[in-house]
Design a binder for this molecule. Structure first.
Ligand code: AMP
Length: 285
């Protein structure tokens, strides 16, 4: 596995590898777990060349967010990627990625202002800019993102369509712990008490799925059932419960008659956990 620290090294490495066939890219912020590795496995199955990036992108963190405490373990990450058969990894410094006088950014619209964008106003603009840069640096044929970060996946798919970026964006299903908690690098910062409470996100989504699958559920009734379940948490603060059109993230009202995505954000002290599920009513299957 080639490990590249500069854009120049990476471009040279990929120039040699590209002759083998399609390049699949897995962008990450490191501290890799089985969720990230599911993206790598999928990329390995679908491409001749697998590339990954490890970069904690400062521009997607707001001033009071957890950039400085974001967990890191580069040696272990590299070992995991090596074991998974990754061909080339890019692990640059912030100065390598951003010019000191950078003056150009990707401006995202509606999709990045709603939902998590309301809690984290600079987040998706930062994601869109760094992902565009990574697409330009790697020039991959396919790029793999987790459905766990559903809004991020939606923003990136829309950006690629809107800006004619020649890459196929692929969403990979969420990998979970045995008790349903979605794997996340942030989970290590949960206190034991918060960790014990955290599976309530997944349980709420299970409940919502059953309600919608039964037919006749309304946006209001499903939201109320979720909020009632979350109200029983011994700790944690509900930041948001949203039910939106699965593709456009437009708000929905009334009876659920088409695929919707249910998006949850719950804060456990300084740790914001998110989870999501796309659910489909019986008449729409
Ligand atoms: P991050 O390092 O948190 O930026 O995540 C890198 C990629 O891994 C993103 O596309 C995430 O959506 C994806 N990812 C993170 N956690 C999971 C998970 N539990 N299951 C599947 N994909 C995940």
């Amino acid at each position: 596995m080639l490990v590249c620290y500069t854009k120049h090294e990476l471009r040279n490495a990929l120039a040699g590898l590209r002759a083998k066939g399609a390049v699949g890219l897995v962008p990450t912020m490191g501290y890799l777990h089985a969720g990230h590795m599911a993206l790598v496995t999928r990329a390995r199955a679908e491409n001749e060349v697998v590339a990954a990036s490890i970069f904690v992108n400062p521009t997607q963190f707001g001033a009071n967010e957890d950039l400085s405490t974001y967990p890191r373990d580069i040696e272990q990450d590299l070992q995991k990627l090596r074991d998974a058969g990754v061909d080339v990894v890019f692990t640059p410094t912030v100065d390598e990625v951003y010019l000191p006088d950078a003056d150009t950014h990707v401006k995202t619209g509606y999709l990045s202002r709603v939902l998590i964008g309301r809690i984290r106003p600079v987040h998706f603009g930062g994601v869109a800019t760094v992902v565009t840069k990574l697409f330009n640096i790697f020039q991959p044929d396919r790029a793999y993102f987790g459905c766990k970060d559903y809004q991020q996946l939606t923003v990136i798919k829309k950006m690629v369509a809107d800006l004619d970026i020649p890459v196929k964006v692929i969403g990979v299903p969420t990998v979970r712990e045995a008790d349903g908690l979605a794997l996340s690098s942030r989970n290590v910062r949960l206190t034991p008490k918060n960790r014990a409470a955290a599976p309530v996100l997944c349980k709420s989504l299970d409940l919502a799925e059953v309600l919608v699958a039964g037919g006749g559920a309304t946006v209001h009734s499903v939201k109320k059932e979720i909020l009632d379940l979350l109200a029983g948490m011994p700790c944690g603060v509900v930041e948001s419960v949203d039910i939106r059109d699965a593709e456009t993230l437009a708000p929905m009202r009334g009876r659920i008659v088409s695929a919707v995505v249910i998006l949850l954000a719950v804060r456990f002290e300084s740790v914001l956990l998110i989870d999501q599920r796309v659910v489909t009513p019986p008449n729409n299957r």
